[in-house]
Design a protein. Structure first.
Lengths: 430, 274
């Protein structure tokens, strides 16, 4: 009898403990931080809130450096059959992850939600999540380039602007106006340029250049990522404009690294800049002058690629973990959290309903510049994607840098890009 | 007269280099205690009269930097300790013993110097993962333990010890280890110190490998913490970035300052040996 009791107790303990173990899931979540601020702490906070709501799911947030570092960590882990459960990577990397067969399609999860679920989100952001008719990613930290301008410097040159029929109260709307404004706003002292009219930043100039090509109603790599289209008239026209601004008129500095661009703008050394929406909180926090944010100036049309990072769930982990990962993604992109992330980071709030929340409305009233990026989404296109996008990016930035420095003619640079990038695309399209 | 002008010229060059070295450190120190608005107000060169500690506060709120400091110290000195245990006997074997295949083995050691770490990340990850050591302090040390560079450096310095000394030691009854301990290591001290210095400075700055092999805050190192403040998309928050840089550089700068005299001596003597 005594022995039987003991056995029963042991059995009970066994069942209870295994029961608990079976229900509780632990997920690793790899994320990059692309914008400044104590964002790692915000992520820690949000994951802790999630675990409060779902005590059976524990999230381990793992900060992974910048976008390139994060991709490297994800790739290393996947190649070692030790994939993370959830990761946010730069959107152009989708095809690289698919080539490694690393991702789980999310269609089943999305279809299992009610019909209104997907309508909460900006459709524009899904362009970079879809490949081969399936959805592989979910928008999280998403941005577009926008056009920043320094109101004080515009006022300073008001008379000159009025004289040619322009206004210091608005940003340039077209490429031609960009040239005119930049010319007037540039301040020279002999051979020294004291204030540049404009900065076309380096570093992520592949992204900015794609925007110019979109404004010409063209593209650089097609959606099926098999055709490179760098040798088009539209691309040439765009690059000739860059060449003119940097090397002929000298109204944009030859080459500024990406994160020095924002420093120059904030220091008042440049009157206008093309830059990510992710820079808005930094500009607002550090600038000693009023600034405004406008759509990227148009040519034949307005146009911009979107950018940033998406959530992905990985193959090679248990179904339970995948289900839990989906719960986590839904939580992180619900109106409240999407709005919170947008307010902290300057990214666009991926969930449209987030804009209806009182705290978000108050924030936007106080910081109306943030609307620009959201409004510009109607003219947005998916950012180009390809397998080994990092290589393509490298080729683009090298050649674009050379043009801006005046070391290469626009024609020659585009020809090189076309040849080398088509070669990379062909490698994976046989 | 000429002597004087030479002296002046030397002084002048040294002062120029001194200034060039100090400017970045000075800027770090000054900007670390400035508010953002002040940094962009045109007065970023002069120290502020009212130092601003909010940047430091943000640094320590963003990540557990003292834990990172402890981990970095353990990893850096752990690597050095294991390296010395490994390379001193190895260098001894390559320098003073002849055995079958010693040339080929030494050649393999030398090749290792030319392989960049990046090329080895995936195999290293797989080995560490299969040993279930991922996300531990030891995982950050292991790949660096068998230093080809250190072995090469020490072998050269062991080789210079005259054969007569070894003969004398053997007659006095020294075995391999006694000879190593009592004769070679004291003679090679400058080289060992030089190598230690380089090792500490290199691994204090390791970034990619620790980032990839660790996940938890509790084992991560300082450079990963610093990475949080270098931003790609939005531009850097200079005040905070400089505060973090200051915190990360300070221990190692202090270490070098305290041991400076010893180090210089060693660099000079090891340089003479060529």
């Amino acid at each position: 009898m005594k022995k039987g009791n003991l056995m029963f107790v042991l059995l009970l303990v066994f069942v209870l403990t295994t029961g608990v173990f079976a229900e509780s899931v632990e997920l690793s979540f790899y994320y990059p931080v692309g914008v400044s601020g104590p964002l790692a702490r915000v992520i820690d906070q949000m994951t802790a809130e999630f675990t409060e709501l779902h005590p059976d799911i524990k999230i381990q947030p793992v900060y992974c450096g910048n976008y390139n570092d994060t991709m490297q960590k994800v790739q290393t882990a996947v190649m070692s059959q030790d994939p993370p459960d959830i990761a946010v990577v730069e959107v152009s990397e989708l095809y690289s992850l698919l080539a490694m067969d690393a991702l789980l399609p999310l269609d089943d999860y999305i279809n299992s939600e009610n019909e209104d679920f997907i309508n909460q989100y900006w459709e524009a952001f899904f362009g970079n999540a879809v490949a081969n008719d399936q959805i592989w990613g979910f928008p999280f930290q998403r941005s577009t380039p926008v056009f920043y301008w320094n109101k004080e410097l515009f006022q300073k040159h008001a008379d000159e602007l009025y004289a040619v029929g322009l206004s210091p109260e608005r940003a340039p709307k077209t490429w031609d106006e960009v040239v005119q404004y930049a010319d007037i706003l540039t301040e020279k002292n002999g051979d020294d340029t004291e204030v540049y009219g404009l900065i076309l930043p380096g570093g992520w100039n592949d992204w900015i250049f794609e925007a110019f090509v979109r404004q010409n109603e063209s593209f650089l790599i097609d959606q099926e990522n098999s055709i490179a289209n760098f040798d088009s008239q539209e691309a040439l026209q765009a690059l000739l404009l860059w060449y003119k601004l940097t090397n002929e008129m000298h109204v944009s500095p030859p080459l500024r690294p990406w994160n020095m661009t924002i420093t120059d703008f904030v220091a008042g050394d440049a009157a206008m800049m093309y830059y990510s929406t992710g820079g808005m909180p930094t500009v607002r926090k550090t600038a000693n002058f009023d600034f405004e944010v406008a759509f990227l100036p148009m040519h034949y049309t307005y146009g911009t690629p979107v950018g940033g990072g998406d959530f992905h769930i990985f193959k090679g982990i248990s179904k339970e973990k995948q289900d839990a990962a989906w719960e986590f993604i839904k939580f992180m992109t619900n109106p409240k959290n999407a709005a919170k992330w947008s307010m902290e980071s300057g990214y666009v709030c991926v969930n449209k309903e987030g804009y209806d929340l009182p705290e978000m409305q108050e924030f936007m009233d106080d910081f109306p510049q943030m609307w620009t990026a959201a409004n510009q989404l109607q003219y947005s296109y998916p950012k180009m994607m390809a397998v080994n996008y990092q290589q393509i990016r490298k080729i683009m930035t090298t050649n674009l840098d050379d043009v801006m420095l005046g070391n290469k003619s626009p024609e020659k640079a585009l020809e090189t890009m076309q040849r080398e990038i088509q070669k990379i695309l062909d490698m994976y399209n046989r | 007269m000429e002597k004087k002008s030479v002296k002046f010229f030397r002084r002048f060059t040294l002062i120029v280099f001194l200034v060039l070295t100090l400017i970045p450190l000075y800027l770090v120190l000054v900007i670390a205690f400035k508010s953002n608005k002040e940094i962009f107000s045109g007065n970023y060169l002069l120290p502020s009269l009212t130092p601003n500690f909010s940047n430091m506060k943000i640094v320590f709120e963003s990540a557990p930097f003292f834990v990172y400091l402890k981990n970095t110290a353990i990893v850096v000195f752990g690597i050095l300790f294991l390296q010395l245990i490994m390379i001193i006997p190895a260098a001894y074997a390559f320098a003073r013993m002849t055995f079958k295949g010693s040339t080929i083995l030494f050649f393999l050691f030398i090749i290792q110097i030319m392989l960049p770490l990046e090329a080895l990340i995936v195999p290293n990850y797989q080995i560490i993962n299969s040993m279930h050591l991922k996300d531990t302090l030891i995982s950050m040390m292991l790949p660096f333990v068998g230093s080809g560079y250190g072995t090469f450096l020490l072998r050269q310095s062991f080789k210079q010890v005259p054969k007569e000394l070894e003969d004398a030691a053997i007659i006095d009854g020294c075995g391999h280890f006694k000879f190593l301990w009592h004769v070679l290591i004291p003679l090679a001290r400058p080289t060992i110190m030089t190598f230690s210095l380089i090792s500490i400075a290199t691994h204090w700055n390791d970034y990619l490998w620790p980032l990839i092999i660790t996940d938890s805050q509790s084992v991560r190192t300082l450079t990963i913490g610093l990475g949080m403040f270098v931003q790609q998309e939005s531009g850097a928050d200079w005040g905070v970035l400089m505060s973090a840089t200051l915190f990360i550089c300070l221990p190692i700068i202090l270490l070098f300052l305290i041991l400076q005299k010893k180090f210089l001596e060693n660099f000079l003597t090891s340089g003479l040996k060529g």
